[in-house]
Design a protein around this ligand. Structure first.
Ligand SMILES: C[S@@+](CC[C@H](N)C(=O)[O-])C[C@H]1O[C@@H](n2cnc3c(N)ncnc32)[C@H](O)[C@@H]1O
Length: 353
């Protein structure tokens, strides 16, 4: 054992927390969904709220709320004060009201929870064995447009939460130089394409994605009135010989390459290089595990890798920046700029080598 400075009693407590982690998670989900955390928070200025009052106000048995609050107290989500009144701890407050925690909980519960049960199988086969809990597809990306509404909302909220905030800063960087056309690879719902059209009234965009996603993105673009400046190109990067249009000026890939294994990333990048000339730029934006300032951000990325293994495709993950640099060099790209964007993202700008 390497951690001999940790007391056995603390180590067993940590081990038991992990053994029952799904119980604590589901109890937390229940406390959120039943409105218990909200009601406790509303009563914070009155010293909290008792179990009896919670039960009366929410019309749920004292037994039901009681078992949830017992484990929540041991897990430092709530605390008990004078007259047996419950209050939220700071952790409880974040579980109820922090936006990042909120999208992570919903994503875990609505998209991943059942599928994670198949993780062992997924690791053995290299296939997303948990995906069958959501639908019959080879990868989750083929099924995104067909997910059940709650799972679909949670997936897109999770996805958008980690990229929307940096689009403005990224566009400021991108349009420091003139850009006539951008290929938006992994265009998803068209959010970046629409934002780029809003930002610059000359730029022409080409959205590149799987057919299901592309249809949704095209509808969104039309709804914003940008159809004259936006083309679309269907692709499945996992097919035999995927092709993108020739003559790329700027290729944009945000949180896209993490959907693929290293050898698939190499194939994507080589295909892109084939469309570039010496003035073209290929821009990758990612959240890299070795570029995070905070442990909780690195932890989120590691959990996201488990989602990729069990549910998304069985063979991708959140990577280190160093790994991407190596693959890009092998694909024939030369790194020109390495820029931190927002708190968590890195932007690499490449030329053809
Ligand atoms: C995580 S989303 C990123 C969306 C967006 N670029 C952003 O920054 O939020 C990944 C995108 O890659 C697309 N994608 C995944 N696998 C693909 C494949 N095999 N072929 C084409 N597109 C794929 C998905 O449909 C999805 O739109």
């Amino acid at each position: 054992m390497s951690d001999t400075t940790v007391k056995a009693i603390d180590a067993i407590q940590e081990a038991q927390k992990i053994a029952f982690a799904p119980f604590v998670f589901q109890a937390t989900v229940a406390l959120r969904k039943l409105g218990v955390l909200d009601l406790i928070f509303e009563r914070r200025k009155k010293g909290g709220i008792s179990l009896k009052e919670l039960s009366e106000k929410l019309s749920i048995s004292e037994y039901g709320i009681g078992v949830l609050l017992e484990i929540a107290e041991s897990s430092n989500v709530v605390s008990i004060h004078e007259d047996d009144k419950f209050q939220l701890t700071t952790t409880g407050y974040f579980l109820a009201y922090n936006e990042t925690v909120n999208v992570n909980i919903n994503f875990t519960n609505e998209v991943c929870y059942k599928g994670l049960f198949h993780l062992v199988e997924a690791v053995k086969t290299g296939k997303p064995e948990g995906l069958k809990e959501l639908g019959q597809w080879e990868t989750i990306y083929e099924g995104l447009s067909q997910l059940e509404p709650e799972a679909q909302k949670s997936w897109f909220d999770f996805d958008h939460h980690y990229s929307d905030d940096i689009f403005k800063e990224a566009l400021d960087i991108l349009f420091k130089k003139e850009r006539k056309s951008i290929f938006d690879i992994g265009a998803n719902t068209g959010k970046f394409t629409i934002q780029a059209c809003n930002y610059n009234d000359q730029v022409k965009m080409t959205m590149i994605d799987l057919p299901g996603q592309l249809n949704k993105a095209i509808t969104n673009v039309k709804n914003k009135g940008f159809q004259d400046r936006v083309n679309s190109h269907e692709i499945n990067w996992l097919s035999e010989n995927p092709q993108i249009p020739k003559g790329a000026e700027t290729i944009w890939m945000c949180q896209f390459l993490d959907c693929f294994s290293k050898s698939e990333i190499l194939k994507v990048l080589k295909t892109c290089v084939g469309s570039m000339d010496e003035n073209s730029e290929l821009i990758i934006v990612e959240t890299f595990t070795d570029r995070q300032k905070f442990d909780n951000a690195k932890f989120i990325l590691e959990a996201t890798s488990i989602y990729f293994t069990a549910l998304a495709n069985g063979n991708s993950k959140m990577y280190k920046a160093t790994e991407f640099k190596d693959i890009a060099a092998e694909a024939g790209l030369l790194i020109k700029e390495d820029i931190a964007v927002g708190e968590y993202h890195t932007m690499f700008v490449f030329n053809k080598n």
